[in-house]
Design a protein. Structure first.
Length: 211
């Protein structure tokens, strides 16, 4: 499906502290200024069920047993399935620009590359959740984990408490995914000034919107 027959679906990916929220807000303002309906969402979350699952997942306190990798995979993809059905697909059907903070690529990066779950299992869970929905554009805000954690405090949730090697595997995963589908991904150096990142991303999105 093209941007002519439906809306445009853009996702932002990256490690901790990469600045995804900042860029989503800036891009949403630019799209609204040219008259497009904009729907922003995050993963896990974006729906009542998704936010409840998010709260349960990230309530794991330091010292408590974290979710098993397979359980983690299924919670993330359950939240995604609800988000796709309740928010993303209806918005795309209306012709909106949907901008999502993380999507299926995060599952591949974190649960396959980071956790080491078998790729067929992760891909099957993703397919069930997305029902084949693929972003039109994925923006990867690439940042070394060491730099990301210098931007904010560590220890806010159990994922942020993982060791640095885990986060390095996740970063390599994102870069591998981007290299495999260069037509869908736009890799942006997250150490670049915020306004420059926004300009580069917006130029690509404008092309998809036809503005």
């Amino acid at each position: 499906m093209t941007a002519v027959s439906r809306g445009v679906f853009v996702t932002l990916e990256g490690g901790e502290g990469a600045g995804k929220s900042t860029q989503i807000a800036a891009i949403a303002r630019l799209a609204s200024a040219v008259g497009r309906e904009v729907v922003t969402c995050r993963e896990p979350g974006g729906t009542l069920l998704g936010e409840r699952l998010r709260a349960a997942l990230f309530a794991t306190a330091e010292g408590e047993t974290p979710p098993a990798p397979a359980a983690e995979l299924l919670v993330f993809t359950a939240a995604r399935a609800q988000l796709v059905a309740e928010v993303i697909r209806p918005a795309l059907d209306r012709g909106a620009l949907v901008i999502c903070d993380r999507f299926g690529d995060s599952t591949l990066a974190y649960q396959h590359y980071g956790r080491g779950l078998e790729l067929p299992m992760v891909e099957a869970a993703n397919r069930a959740a997305t029902q084949g929905l693929v972003p039109d554009l994925t923006l990867l805000l690439d940042l070394a984990p060491e730099d990301g954690f210098q931007r904010g405090q560590r220890g806010l949730d159990y994922l942020e408490r993982e060791d640095m090697e885990f986060h390095r595997r996740v970063r390599r995963g994102f870069l591998n995914l981007a290299a495999a589908e260069p037509e869908r991904w736009l890799v942006l150096d997250a150490t670049t000034p915020e306004m420059q990142i926004t300009h580069t991303a917006w130029e690509r999105i404008r092309g998809l919107l036809g503005t």
